[in-house]
Ligand binder design. Structure first.
Ligand code: FAD
Ligand code: NAI
Length: 471
């Protein structure tokens, strides 16, 4: 065993939470190490999450548009087909470009990247089983746990990442399945289900709840489902999966029944994607021995400064409570380091956007209508459809709408919900509004360029306290 130097901070996990914390700490002058065991930086997000999924979403969308819409747009192509191997190569290029980029950023900021699996020995010591076979011990004043999450298993469903896959396998299928069942109509199921539907799979989403979108605004969820149905995605809502087993022919038999009980049905498909949520990843981390508390879902328990119950050990990102989103992990990474350095940090949990990167995209921030009601708030709702927006019309891409919820008394924006082209970029305007406490009138009186999609956002704001002009 080799002994390494004394650190101010050792971050365990090199995902968006961990690597951002390491860079920030190094920038603030702390001697910092980031321990990562998967062999490349960027965590779930860059390696098997946000980045590869967005590459496949983008390219499958281009194919879908070429296949289904080019002719009506006056573009005539013959011999159009998918080269899946090339599409996958392009995906890998985007991943390695970015993961290497993070390695460079750590180096540039003089944070050490330690390749191996970290284990907490005590609040001042992390042992590392190096990927090169050596072990070492890092002495440190502070530890941040940023070990992220992994797919939740389904009892009795055996993942082989070939025919019964999690998101990881679904990002690397070697051929386009003729048929596919997606278990769970949440973010992963809808994004990756879209990818394979666009490439030609007959896809059915089986969802336990009565709505898709894992908790999005109810009106928007309904509209979103209709849009996906138009794109040939099928849904079985209010349905639970009993079992999914590989059969002798190499296909998968999926037994389902209505969530409330009723007759069972067996569906046979080429590939099953299991996407019923993710759970914190803390295996072999030594939490037990170090005495770090976890809750009933296995999440590391922290206070608002990201402190665990053990002094000197903090935790951030997917491994603690809150939405499992890369940007949430990043915000917490920076705040946790600032708390260590100066005692002050900031994360506004009311202003964390959610985006589903289908086409059209879905994005929201703040309260949905059911949440506003549950809080007993008096509110106004303003809506504006993209079918009344000139830019969306010119693009012939006008599916979707915007719904703004504002406080009846103060007109402050409480929530914004968008389905439409570019919704994921547009939501930044709403996040900024909420962060700064803007009213819907503040936005409606702000000049927006014409013709742009963002005019629809302005008009939806106008519709909360007055009338929209173009609808
Ligand atoms: P992770 O990214 O999970 O990183 C943790 C890292 O710690 C891992 O690399 C792991 O190998 C390492 N590690 C764990 N234990 C140890 C140990 N003991 N020693 C050393 N290293 C260890 N979020 C978005 O915001 N936008 C998206 O578009 C999006 N798309 C997604 C698509 C998919 C298919 C999936 C699966 C997720 C997606 N997410 C998205 C969620 C996002 O990936 C996570 O929220 C984010 O990666 C969490 O960051 P993290 O740093 O907390 O954890
Ligand atoms: P999710 O929580 O978004 O959705 C899971 C869905 O599965 C829910 O609708 C739930 O009702 C359903 N479900 C649960 N058990 C079921 C069962 N037994 N049978 C049928 N349906 C069942 O989880 P998902 O999609 O796995 O994603 C995990 C996490 O990754 C999410 O928390 C999300 O935040 C993150 N992510 C974010 C993305 C983004 O920001 N664009 C993209 C992909 C993932």
């Amino acid at each position: 065993a080799t002994a390494a130097g004394q650190y101010d901070l050792v971050v365990i996990g090199g995902g968006p939470g961990g690597y951002v914390a390491a860079i920030k700490a190094a920038q603030l002058g702390m001697k910092t190490a980031c321990v990562e065991g998967r062999g490349s930086l960027g965590g779930t997000c860059l390696n098997v999450g946000c980045i590869p999924s967005k590459s496949l979403l983008h390219n499958s969308h281009l194919y879908h548009v070429a296949h289904e819409e080019f002719t009506k747009r006056g573009i005539e192509v013959t011999g159009l087909k998918v080269n899946l191997a090339t599409m996958m190569k392009q995906k890998e290029k985007s991943v390695t470009g970015l993961t290497k980029g993070i390695e460079f950023l750590l180096k540039k900021n003089k944070a050490d990247y330690i390749k191996g699996w970290g284990k907490i020995v005590n609040a001042g010591e992390v042992s590392v089983a190096g990927l090169d076979g050596t072990t070492s011990t890092l002495k440190t004043k502070n530890i941040i746990i940023a070990t992220g999450s992994e797919p939740s298993p389904f009892p009795g469903v055996e993942i082989d990442e070939k025919v019964i896959v999690t998101s990881t396998g679904a990002l690397s299928l070697e051929k386009i399945p003729e048929s596919m069942i997606v278990i769970g109509g949440g973010v992963i199921g809808l994004e990756l289900g879209s990818v394979w539907t666009r490439l030609g799979s007959k896809t059915t989403v089986v969802e336990y709840a009565d709505a898709i979108g894992a908790g999005m605004d109810a009106d928007m969820a309904k509209l979103f489902q209709k849009t996906l149905q138009k794109q040939h995605m099928n849904f079985k809502l209010g349905t639970k999966v009993i079992s999914a087993k590989k059969n002798a022919a190499g296909k998968v038999d999926v037994v389902v029944e209505p969530s409330k009980g009723g007759p069972r049905e067996t569906l046979t498909v080429d590939v099953v994607l299991l996407s019923i949520g993710r759970r914190p990843f803390t295996q072999n981390l030594g939490l037990d021995k170090a005495g770090v508390k976890v809750d009933n879902k296995g999440r590391v328990v922290t206070d608002h400064e990201f402190k665990t119950n053990v002094p000197g050990i903090r935790a951030i990102g997917d491994v603690i409570a809150g939405p499992m989103l890369a940007h949430k992990s990043e915000e917490e990474g920076i705040a946790a380091v600032e708390y260590i350095k100066s005692g002050h940090g900031h994360v506004n949990y009311n202003a964390i956007p959610s985006v589903i990167y289908t086409h059209p995209e879905v994005a929201w921030v703040g309260l949905n209508e059911a949440e506003a009601k549950a809080k007993g708030l008096q509110y106004n709702v303003g809506t504006f459809p993209f079918s009344a927006n000139s830019r969306a019309k010119t693009m012939d891409d006008a599916d979707g709408t915007i719904k703004i919820i504002s406080d009846k008394k103060t007109d402050k924006i409480l929530g914004a919900h968008i389905i439409g082209p570019g919704a994921g970029e547009m939501i930044a305007e709403a996040v900024l509004a909420i962060e700064y406490g803007a009213s819907s009138e503040d936005i409606a009186r702000t000049c927006h360029a014409h013709p742009t999609l963002s005019e629809a956002f302005k008009e939806a704001c106008m519709a909360t306290y007055d009338k929209a002009i173009h609808f």
